[in-house]
Write a protein that binds this ligand. Structure first.
Ligand SMILES: NC(=O)c1ccc[n+]([C@@H]2O[C@H](COP(=O)([O-])OP(=O)(O)OC[C@H]3O[C@@H](n4cnc5c(N)ncnc54)[C@H](OP(=O)(O)O)[C@@H]3O)[C@@H](O)[C@H]2O)c1
Length: 305
């Protein structure tokens, strides 16, 4: 199977490379080279529709995994055109190519398509109501894929982290080493998700598609790891494991604060917990342990230092 992976240098893309390499012949693309070596590498600004079409026609992928995204939630407020080009127009173009060529598409979306007013974890069919430009652009991407009628799985996820890239775990460790009092928001709750677990869920979806019984499983699925935390709770968990692993001498001074003390350009939902029952029912994928995942990421960071 020929596989095209976009966003290969990102948190999720980097975790997908080794898993996809077991499933087929992977061509990886991004603006910058991924940390991991990949045999077939193409540097490309993927919002260039002409170059993308040429690449697709040359490679003829049977599977496209679109891990490319404009993920700078606050910057998106001032750069809606770039956010929409990458998060909405690009997935639409990929999906139409997939439909014309009878291929398959895996794409990723976000908890930020919801407004956070629910009293229970969000299900796939709940009505979206994004509160920021990033969420608007990701929802437009979902709709463009659905409108194409291509074979697809859209995996919505939340609060992604890994041992590299820009994420909350690495930011917290960096701040802790400065020895200052850390104020962390405690009125937004969600489910931190290790990029590797999302990559594993994606490869399970592909394996199901390769099986005649699962080839028609299509649509939107929620995947996140198994604990609901505030950013403050998440920070405490990170520091607990960082001290245990010897990355920090002690847990830094931490103070829970409301979001109102951290005015940011983009509004975030207060509650962005995703219900993962559907992905379990259809693909037998259960949420991974948040505790074990944070601990594993901390040890990867420790091994690198
Ligand atoms: N991160 C989260 O907390 C989170 C939460 C919910 C959902 N998600 C979704 O999960 C998926 C994976 O996220 P992630 O955390 O792995 O994102 P990420 O680390 O930001 O990776 C995205 C990759 O896409 C690349 N990219 C962006 N614009 C591009 C362009 N025009 N041409 C080529 N490459 C481009 C980025 O390159 P540059 O670095 O050069 O821009 C980056 O390597 C995304 O769909 C995201 O929306 C993420």
């Amino acid at each position: 199977m020929n596989i095209l992976l976009t966003g290969a240098a990102g948190q999720l893309g980097s975790e997908l490379i080794p898993l996809l390499s077991r499933l087929g012949n992977v061509t990886a693309t991004d603006r910058s080279k991924p940390v991991l070596l990949v045999e077939n590498w193409v540097g490309l600004d993927i919002s260039d529709a002409g170059k993308l079409e040429i690449l697709l026609n040359r490679l003829q992928p049977e599977l496209i995994i679109n891990a490319a995204a404009y993920t700078a939630v606050d910057h998106a407020e001032a750069n809606p055109d770039t956010a929409f080009a990458v998060n909405a127009t690009l997935p639409g173009s990929l999906a139409r190519w997939v439909k014309r060529n009878d291929a398959h598409l895996i794409h990723y979306s976000t908890d930020y398509i919801f407004d956070g007013s629910s009293a229970r974890p969000y299900r796939e069919m709940d009505v979206p109501n994004p509160q920021n430009v990033y969420g608007d652009s990701k929802l437009a991407g979902e709709r463009a894929i659905e409108a194409s009628g291509c074979k697809h799985a859209i995996l919505r996820t939340s609060w992604v982290y890994s041992s590299h890239g820009k994420n909350f775990v690495l930011s917290m460790l960096e701040l802790a080493r400065k020895g200052l009092l850390l104020k962390v928001v405690d009125d937004q709750r969600g489910c931190p998700t290790w990029a590797r677990n999302l990559a594993l869920a994606s490869s399970t979806v592909v394996e199901n598609w390769q099986n005649p019984a699962g080839e028609n499983a299509n649509g939107v699925f929620h995947y996140c790891d198994n604990q609901t935390l505030s950013w403050y709770d998440f920070a405490r968990m990170i520091f607990k494991f960082a001290v245990k692993a010897g990355l920090l001498d002690k847990v830094p001074d931490l103070m829970p604060v409301p979001s109102s003390q951290f005015p940011q350009p983009a509004t975030r939902p207060k509650w962005s917990v995703l219900d993962t029952s559907r992905i379990d029912e259809v693909f037998k994928i259960q949420p991974a342990s948040c505790d074990q995942s944070v601990q594993a990421v901390i040890s990867e960071i420790g091994a690198r230092e």
